[in-house]
Design a protein around this ligand. Structure first.
Ligand SMILES: Cc1ncc(COP(=O)(O)O)c(C=O)c1O
Length: 403
Protein backbone atom coordinates (compact mmCIF):
# COMPACT_ATOMS: atom_id res chain seq x y z
CA UNK A 1 0.00 0.00 0.00
CA UNK A 2 1.34 3.46 -0.90
CA UNK A 3 2.27 5.97 1.75
CA UNK A 4 -0.79 8.24 1.76
CA UNK A 5 -2.39 10.73 4.06
CA UNK A 6 -6.07 10.42 4.96
CA UNK A 7 -8.92 11.45 2.66
CA UNK A 8 -10.12 13.72 5.44
CA UNK A 9 -6.91 15.73 5.56
CA UNK A 10 -6.59 15.85 1.79
CA UNK A 11 -10.09 17.20 1.38
CA UNK A 12 -9.98 19.54 4.38
CA UNK A 13 -10.46 23.11 3.10
CA UNK A 14 -7.55 25.50 3.73
CA UNK A 15 -8.36 28.48 5.96
CA UNK A 16 -9.76 31.22 3.72
CA UNK A 17 -8.30 33.75 6.13
CA UNK A 18 -4.78 32.31 6.04
CA UNK A 19 -4.69 30.66 2.60
CA UNK A 20 -3.12 33.69 0.93
CA UNK A 21 -0.39 34.05 3.56
CA UNK A 22 2.35 32.42 1.38
CA UNK A 23 1.68 35.12 -1.26
CA UNK A 24 1.77 37.94 1.27
CA UNK A 25 4.95 36.51 2.80
CA UNK A 26 6.54 36.34 -0.65
CA UNK A 27 5.55 39.94 -1.37
CA UNK A 28 6.91 41.09 2.01
CA UNK A 29 10.15 39.13 1.46
CA UNK A 30 10.52 40.98 -1.86
CA UNK A 31 10.38 44.28 0.04
CA UNK A 32 6.71 45.13 -0.63
CA UNK A 33 4.80 46.73 2.22
CA UNK A 34 1.66 44.63 2.77
CA UNK A 35 -1.29 46.19 4.62
CA UNK A 36 -2.92 43.22 6.32
CA UNK A 37 -6.67 43.60 6.53
CA UNK A 38 -7.24 39.88 6.29
CA UNK A 39 -7.17 38.52 9.82
CA UNK A 40 -8.79 39.50 13.10
CA UNK A 41 -5.48 40.07 14.84
CA UNK A 42 -5.62 43.67 16.02
CA UNK A 43 -2.56 45.88 16.42
CA UNK A 44 -3.77 47.23 19.78
CA UNK A 45 -1.57 46.72 22.86
CA UNK A 46 -2.54 44.04 25.36
CA UNK A 47 -3.33 45.52 28.80
CA UNK A 48 -0.20 46.18 30.91
CA UNK A 49 -1.63 44.11 33.77
CA UNK A 50 -1.74 41.05 31.50
CA UNK A 51 1.80 41.49 30.21
CA UNK A 52 3.15 42.23 33.70
CA UNK A 53 1.58 39.03 35.05
CA UNK A 54 3.49 37.05 32.42
CA UNK A 55 6.74 38.88 33.17
CA UNK A 56 6.40 38.26 36.91
CA UNK A 57 5.64 34.58 36.41
CA UNK A 58 8.55 34.12 34.06
CA UNK A 59 10.82 35.38 36.88
CA UNK A 60 9.31 33.38 39.72
CA UNK A 61 8.34 30.07 38.09
CA UNK A 62 10.98 27.37 37.99
CA UNK A 63 8.91 24.59 36.56
CA UNK A 64 6.30 24.71 33.81
CA UNK A 65 4.00 21.87 34.77
CA UNK A 66 0.51 20.90 33.62
CA UNK A 67 -2.37 22.68 35.29
CA UNK A 68 -5.79 21.20 36.00
CA UNK A 69 -7.45 20.33 32.67
CA UNK A 70 -10.21 22.82 33.47
CA UNK A 71 -7.60 25.54 33.99
CA UNK A 72 -6.01 27.17 37.04
CA UNK A 73 -8.53 27.67 39.84
CA UNK A 74 -7.32 31.28 40.22
CA UNK A 75 -8.35 31.91 36.60
CA UNK A 76 -11.69 30.11 36.83
CA UNK A 77 -12.66 31.90 40.04
CA UNK A 78 -11.36 35.19 38.69
CA UNK A 79 -13.42 34.88 35.51
CA UNK A 80 -16.58 34.06 37.48
CA UNK A 81 -16.15 36.76 40.12
CA UNK A 82 -14.27 39.57 38.41
CA UNK A 83 -15.59 39.30 34.87
CA UNK A 84 -18.86 37.41 34.38
CA UNK A 85 -20.50 38.72 37.55
CA UNK A 86 -19.66 42.28 36.49
CA UNK A 87 -21.33 41.88 33.09
CA UNK A 88 -24.44 40.23 34.54
CA UNK A 89 -23.70 36.57 33.77
CA UNK A 90 -24.27 34.55 36.90
CA UNK A 91 -22.38 31.24 36.94
CA UNK A 92 -20.68 28.85 39.33
CA UNK A 93 -17.01 27.91 38.92
CA UNK A 94 -18.10 24.35 38.04
CA UNK A 95 -20.00 25.75 35.05
CA UNK A 96 -16.84 27.04 33.34
CA UNK A 97 -13.88 25.23 31.79
CA UNK A 98 -10.86 27.09 30.47
CA UNK A 99 -10.23 26.16 26.83
CA UNK A 100 -7.49 26.67 24.27
CA UNK A 101 -9.23 29.89 23.25
CA UNK A 102 -12.60 30.29 21.58
CA UNK A 103 -11.53 27.90 18.81
CA UNK A 104 -11.36 24.90 21.12
CA UNK A 105 -14.50 26.03 22.93
CA UNK A 106 -16.72 26.10 19.83
CA UNK A 107 -15.09 22.99 18.35
CA UNK A 108 -15.84 21.05 21.53
CA UNK A 109 -19.33 22.51 21.81
CA UNK A 110 -20.08 21.19 18.31
CA UNK A 111 -18.81 17.71 19.18
CA UNK A 112 -20.70 17.70 22.46
CA UNK A 113 -24.05 18.39 20.81
CA UNK A 114 -23.86 16.56 17.49
CA UNK A 115 -22.79 13.22 16.05
CA UNK A 116 -21.60 12.70 12.47
CA UNK A 117 -24.49 13.18 10.05
CA UNK A 118 -26.39 15.49 12.41
CA UNK A 119 -26.99 19.17 11.73
CA UNK A 120 -26.21 22.55 13.23
CA UNK A 121 -28.01 25.65 11.95
CA UNK A 122 -25.99 28.84 11.47
CA UNK A 123 -26.70 32.25 9.95
CA UNK A 124 -24.57 32.96 6.88
CA UNK A 125 -22.17 34.63 6.32
CA UNK A 126 -20.51 32.97 9.34
CA UNK A 127 -17.04 32.59 10.79
CA UNK A 128 -15.38 30.29 8.28
CA UNK A 129 -13.80 27.99 10.88
CA UNK A 130 -17.28 26.81 11.90
CA UNK A 131 -17.31 25.11 8.53
CA UNK A 132 -13.80 23.70 9.04
CA UNK A 133 -14.65 22.02 12.33
CA UNK A 134 -18.03 20.67 11.23
CA UNK A 135 -16.19 19.21 8.24
CA UNK A 136 -13.72 17.51 10.58
CA UNK A 137 -16.48 16.07 12.75
CA UNK A 138 -18.77 15.02 9.89
CA UNK A 139 -21.48 17.38 11.14
CA UNK A 140 -23.58 19.23 8.54
CA UNK A 141 -23.69 22.98 8.85
CA UNK A 142 -27.05 24.22 7.60
CA UNK A 143 -27.23 27.87 6.66
CA UNK A 144 -30.01 30.41 7.04
CA UNK A 145 -29.28 33.35 4.74
CA UNK A 146 -28.73 36.97 5.62
CA UNK A 147 -28.31 39.37 2.72
CA UNK A 148 -25.72 42.10 2.22
CA UNK A 149 -28.33 44.33 0.52
CA UNK A 150 -30.59 44.00 3.53
CA UNK A 151 -27.73 45.09 5.83
CA UNK A 152 -27.33 41.42 6.88
CA UNK A 153 -30.57 41.62 8.88
CA UNK A 154 -30.95 38.66 11.27
CA UNK A 155 -33.42 36.27 9.58
CA UNK A 156 -36.89 35.71 11.08
CA UNK A 157 -37.47 32.55 13.08
CA UNK A 158 -39.66 31.27 10.23
CA UNK A 159 -36.42 30.92 8.20
CA UNK A 160 -34.89 28.73 10.93
CA UNK A 161 -38.07 26.66 11.01
CA UNK A 162 -37.78 26.01 7.27
CA UNK A 163 -34.41 24.25 7.65
CA UNK A 164 -35.29 22.30 10.80
CA UNK A 165 -35.09 18.51 10.33
CA UNK A 166 -35.08 15.52 12.68
CA UNK A 167 -31.26 15.69 12.49
CA UNK A 168 -30.99 19.27 13.77
CA UNK A 169 -29.18 19.40 17.12
CA UNK A 170 -28.29 23.04 17.63
CA UNK A 171 -28.28 26.62 16.50
CA UNK A 172 -24.86 28.28 16.47
CA UNK A 173 -24.68 32.06 16.53
CA UNK A 174 -21.87 34.56 16.82
CA UNK A 175 -22.98 37.75 18.52
CA UNK A 176 -21.60 40.22 17.49
CA UNK A 177 -21.26 38.33 14.21
CA UNK A 178 -18.02 37.79 12.38
CA UNK A 179 -17.92 38.72 9.50
CA UNK A 180 -21.01 40.96 8.95
CA UNK A 181 -20.74 42.85 12.25
CA UNK A 182 -24.42 42.32 13.11
CA UNK A 183 -25.73 42.34 16.67
CA UNK A 184 -28.67 40.24 17.86
CA UNK A 185 -31.17 42.38 19.75
CA UNK A 186 -32.64 41.14 23.02
CA UNK A 187 -35.88 40.31 21.17
CA UNK A 188 -34.01 38.30 18.53
CA UNK A 189 -32.13 36.40 21.24
CA UNK A 190 -35.36 35.63 23.10
CA UNK A 191 -36.94 34.39 19.87
CA UNK A 192 -33.99 32.11 19.09
CA UNK A 193 -34.03 30.85 22.69
CA UNK A 194 -37.73 30.07 22.36
CA UNK A 195 -37.11 28.26 19.06
CA UNK A 196 -34.35 26.16 20.66
CA UNK A 197 -36.43 25.32 23.71
CA UNK A 198 -39.48 24.39 21.64
CA UNK A 199 -37.44 22.07 19.42
CA UNK A 200 -35.04 20.68 22.05
CA UNK A 201 -32.00 22.22 20.42
CA UNK A 202 -28.81 23.49 21.97
CA UNK A 203 -27.94 27.14 21.45
CA UNK A 204 -24.19 27.59 21.04
CA UNK A 205 -23.54 31.28 21.49
CA UNK A 206 -20.11 32.53 20.44
CA UNK A 207 -19.70 35.88 22.18
CA UNK A 208 -15.98 36.48 21.73
CA UNK A 209 -16.66 40.01 20.41
CA UNK A 210 -18.99 41.00 23.28
CA UNK A 211 -16.90 44.09 24.13
CA UNK A 212 -17.17 45.40 20.57
CA UNK A 213 -20.72 46.67 20.21
CA UNK A 214 -21.24 50.10 18.67
CA UNK A 215 -24.91 50.81 19.37
CA UNK A 216 -26.51 52.20 22.52
CA UNK A 217 -28.20 48.88 23.21
CA UNK A 218 -26.29 46.71 25.70
CA UNK A 219 -25.07 43.31 24.53
CA UNK A 220 -27.60 40.61 25.45
CA UNK A 221 -25.95 37.30 26.28
CA UNK A 222 -27.60 33.96 25.52
CA UNK A 223 -26.81 33.08 29.15
CA UNK A 224 -29.57 35.51 30.13
CA UNK A 225 -32.39 34.02 28.05
CA UNK A 226 -34.93 33.00 30.71
CA UNK A 227 -35.80 29.31 30.76
CA UNK A 228 -33.04 28.39 28.28
CA UNK A 229 -30.46 27.42 30.92
CA UNK A 230 -30.17 23.79 29.84
CA UNK A 231 -29.91 24.63 26.13
CA UNK A 232 -27.25 27.35 26.11
CA UNK A 233 -23.53 26.74 25.69
CA UNK A 234 -21.45 29.90 25.80
CA UNK A 235 -18.21 30.17 23.84
CA UNK A 236 -15.82 32.87 24.97
CA UNK A 237 -12.22 34.01 24.62
CA UNK A 238 -9.74 36.55 25.93
CA UNK A 239 -8.22 36.90 22.44
CA UNK A 240 -10.24 39.87 21.23
CA UNK A 241 -11.39 41.31 24.56
CA UNK A 242 -7.87 42.00 25.81
CA UNK A 243 -5.93 41.81 22.53
CA UNK A 244 -4.41 38.58 23.77
CA UNK A 245 -4.86 36.46 20.64
CA UNK A 246 -1.55 34.67 21.21
CA UNK A 247 -2.38 33.63 24.77
CA UNK A 248 -4.76 30.94 23.41
CA UNK A 249 -7.16 31.17 26.32
CA UNK A 250 -10.94 31.06 26.26
CA UNK A 251 -13.69 29.12 27.95
CA UNK A 252 -16.82 27.06 27.55
CA UNK A 253 -19.70 27.77 29.93
CA UNK A 254 -23.02 26.05 30.52
CA UNK A 255 -25.53 25.47 33.30
CA UNK A 256 -26.12 22.04 31.75
CA UNK A 257 -24.22 19.51 33.89
CA UNK A 258 -24.17 16.82 31.20
CA UNK A 259 -22.61 19.29 28.76
CA UNK A 260 -19.97 20.31 31.30
CA UNK A 261 -19.14 16.69 32.16
CA UNK A 262 -18.59 16.02 28.45
CA UNK A 263 -16.55 19.22 28.09
CA UNK A 264 -14.34 18.03 30.95
CA UNK A 265 -13.62 14.75 29.14
CA UNK A 266 -12.54 16.70 26.06
CA UNK A 267 -10.45 19.01 28.25
CA UNK A 268 -8.73 16.05 29.90
CA UNK A 269 -7.85 14.57 26.53
CA UNK A 270 -5.67 17.60 25.74
CA UNK A 271 -4.29 17.72 29.28
CA UNK A 272 -4.32 21.46 29.99
CA UNK A 273 -4.56 24.92 28.44
CA UNK A 274 -1.30 26.87 27.90
CA UNK A 275 0.13 27.92 31.26
CA UNK A 276 1.56 31.34 30.42
CA UNK A 277 -1.61 32.16 28.54
CA UNK A 278 -3.55 31.43 31.71
CA UNK A 279 -1.31 33.81 33.67
CA UNK A 280 -1.84 36.50 31.05
CA UNK A 281 -5.61 35.97 31.37
CA UNK A 282 -5.44 36.17 35.18
CA UNK A 283 -3.55 39.46 34.91
CA UNK A 284 -6.02 40.74 32.31
CA UNK A 285 -8.88 40.43 34.79
CA UNK A 286 -7.62 43.67 36.37
CA UNK A 287 -7.92 45.60 33.10
CA UNK A 288 -9.45 49.03 33.87
CA UNK A 289 -12.73 50.01 32.18
CA UNK A 290 -10.91 52.90 30.51
CA UNK A 291 -9.00 50.35 28.38
CA UNK A 292 -12.25 49.06 26.84
CA UNK A 293 -13.62 52.58 26.37
CA UNK A 294 -10.50 53.66 24.48
CA UNK A 295 -10.40 50.51 22.37
CA UNK A 296 -14.07 50.86 21.47
CA UNK A 297 -13.67 54.52 20.49
CA UNK A 298 -10.71 53.54 18.36
CA UNK A 299 -12.71 50.84 16.54
CA UNK A 300 -15.57 53.22 15.86
CA UNK A 301 -13.10 55.63 14.21
CA UNK A 302 -11.65 52.79 12.16
CA UNK A 303 -15.06 51.44 11.17
CA UNK A 304 -16.31 54.84 10.05
CA UNK A 305 -13.18 55.45 8.00
CA UNK A 306 -13.31 51.96 6.49
CA UNK A 307 -16.99 52.01 5.50
CA UNK A 308 -16.81 55.54 4.12
CA UNK A 309 -13.72 54.85 2.02
CA UNK A 310 -15.03 51.52 0.74
CA UNK A 311 -18.37 52.95 -0.35
CA UNK A 312 -16.58 55.79 -2.13
CA UNK A 313 -14.86 53.29 -4.47
CA UNK A 314 -16.93 52.93 -7.67
CA UNK A 315 -18.90 49.68 -7.66
CA UNK A 316 -18.15 48.77 -4.04
CA UNK A 317 -20.87 48.31 -1.42
CA UNK A 318 -20.23 47.73 2.29
CA UNK A 319 -23.03 47.99 4.89
CA UNK A 320 -22.24 49.58 8.25
CA UNK A 321 -21.26 46.96 10.86
CA UNK A 322 -22.44 47.49 14.46
CA UNK A 323 -20.13 45.08 16.21
CA UNK A 324 -16.81 43.18 16.04
CA UNK A 325 -14.17 44.67 13.72
CA UNK A 326 -14.96 43.41 10.26
CA UNK A 327 -17.04 44.43 7.32
CA UNK A 328 -18.13 42.45 4.29
CA UNK A 329 -17.85 44.36 1.03
CA UNK A 330 -19.23 43.53 -2.38
CA UNK A 331 -16.65 44.28 -5.08
CA UNK A 332 -17.15 44.98 -8.78
CA UNK A 333 -15.24 41.82 -9.73
CA UNK A 334 -16.42 38.35 -10.66
CA UNK A 335 -14.07 36.40 -8.44
CA UNK A 336 -12.88 38.07 -5.25
CA UNK A 337 -10.42 35.27 -4.53
CA UNK A 338 -8.65 35.83 -7.83
CA UNK A 339 -8.58 39.56 -7.12
CA UNK A 340 -7.24 39.11 -3.56
CA UNK A 341 -4.47 36.83 -4.80
CA UNK A 342 -3.62 39.15 -7.71
CA UNK A 343 -3.26 42.05 -5.25
CA UNK A 344 -0.49 40.07 -3.54
CA UNK A 345 1.23 38.57 -6.57
CA UNK A 346 0.92 41.27 -9.23
CA UNK A 347 -0.23 44.61 -7.94
CA UNK A 348 2.00 47.25 -6.34
CA UNK A 349 1.17 50.89 -5.70
CA UNK A 350 4.29 52.82 -4.73
CA UNK A 351 5.77 49.53 -3.50
CA UNK A 352 2.72 48.66 -1.40
CA UNK A 353 -0.24 46.33 -1.56
CA UNK A 354 -3.25 45.33 0.57
CA UNK A 355 -4.30 41.89 1.78
CA UNK A 356 -8.00 41.08 2.14
CA UNK A 357 -9.96 37.86 2.69
CA UNK A 358 -12.17 36.44 -0.07
CA UNK A 359 -15.52 35.82 1.62
CA UNK A 360 -16.96 32.94 -0.43
CA UNK A 361 -16.10 30.41 2.28
CA UNK A 362 -18.12 32.40 4.83
CA UNK A 363 -21.21 31.23 2.93
CA UNK A 364 -22.69 27.78 2.55
CA UNK A 365 -25.26 28.55 -0.14
CA UNK A 366 -23.89 28.00 -3.64
CA UNK A 367 -23.57 31.09 -5.81
CA UNK A 368 -23.42 33.64 -3.00
CA UNK A 369 -20.42 35.66 -1.89
CA UNK A 370 -18.06 35.03 -4.81
CA UNK A 371 -17.56 38.77 -5.23
CA UNK A 372 -17.52 39.51 -1.48
CA UNK A 373 -14.48 40.12 0.71
CA UNK A 374 -14.07 40.45 4.43
CA UNK A 375 -12.08 43.42 5.60
CA UNK A 376 -10.80 43.53 9.16
CA UNK A 377 -10.30 47.13 10.32
CA UNK A 378 -7.38 46.19 12.51
CA UNK A 379 -5.02 49.02 11.57
CA UNK A 380 -5.05 52.53 12.94
CA UNK A 381 -6.75 55.20 10.83
CA UNK A 382 -3.70 56.63 8.98
CA UNK A 383 -2.56 53.11 7.98
CA UNK A 384 -6.11 52.05 7.18
CA UNK A 385 -6.49 55.04 4.85
CA UNK A 386 -3.34 54.06 3.00
CA UNK A 387 -4.44 50.41 2.83
CA UNK A 388 -7.83 51.35 1.38
CA UNK A 389 -6.30 53.80 -1.10
CA UNK A 390 -4.06 50.98 -2.33
CA UNK A 391 -7.12 48.70 -2.53
CA UNK A 392 -9.03 51.29 -4.59
CA UNK A 393 -6.07 51.65 -6.98
CA UNK A 394 -5.82 47.87 -7.23
CA UNK A 395 -9.50 47.53 -8.10
CA UNK A 396 -9.16 50.17 -10.80
CA UNK A 397 -6.23 48.38 -12.42
CA UNK A 398 -7.76 44.91 -12.02
CA UNK A 399 -10.90 46.05 -13.81
CA UNK A 400 -8.85 47.56 -16.63
CA UNK A 401 -6.76 44.45 -17.09
CA UNK A 402 -9.26 41.69 -16.37
CA UNK A 403 -12.69 42.74 -17.65
C1 LIG B 1 -16.48 34.48 15.77
C2 LIG B 1 -15.19 33.93 16.26
N1 LIG B 1 -15.24 32.98 17.19
C3 LIG B 1 -14.11 32.43 17.67
C4 LIG B 1 -12.88 32.84 17.22
C5 LIG B 1 -11.68 32.15 17.78
O1 LIG B 1 -10.73 32.99 18.31
P1 LIG B 1 -9.73 32.46 19.43
O2 LIG B 1 -9.51 31.01 19.16
O3 LIG B 1 -8.50 33.27 19.27
O4 LIG B 1 -10.43 32.71 20.72
C6 LIG B 1 -12.78 33.84 16.25
C7 LIG B 1 -11.48 34.30 15.73
O5 LIG B 1 -11.33 35.13 14.90
C8 LIG B 1 -13.97 34.40 15.76
O6 LIG B 1 -13.96 35.36 14.84
Amino acid sequence: MALTISEKSRLMPASAIRKLVPYSDAAAAAGVKVYRLNSGAPDIKSPDCAMNAVKEKSQSLHHLSYTNSAGLMELREGLVEKYYKKIGIDIEVSELIVEVAGSEAFANAMQIVADPGEEIIVVEPYYTNYQTFTYLYGINLVAVKSDIHDGFRIPDISEFEKVLTDKTKAVLISNPCNPPGKLFTKEEMLAIGEFCKKNNLFLISDEVYREFCYTDEPHFSAMNIPGCEQNVILVDSVSKRYNLCGSRIGCIISHNKEVMAAAMKFAQSRLCPPVFGQYAAIGALDTPDSYFEEVKAEYIRRRDCCVEMLNAIPGVYAPVPYGAFYTVAELPVEDAEDFAQWMLTDFRFNGETTMITPARSFYKTEGIGKNHVRIAYVLEVPELKKALTVLAEGLKMYKETHQ
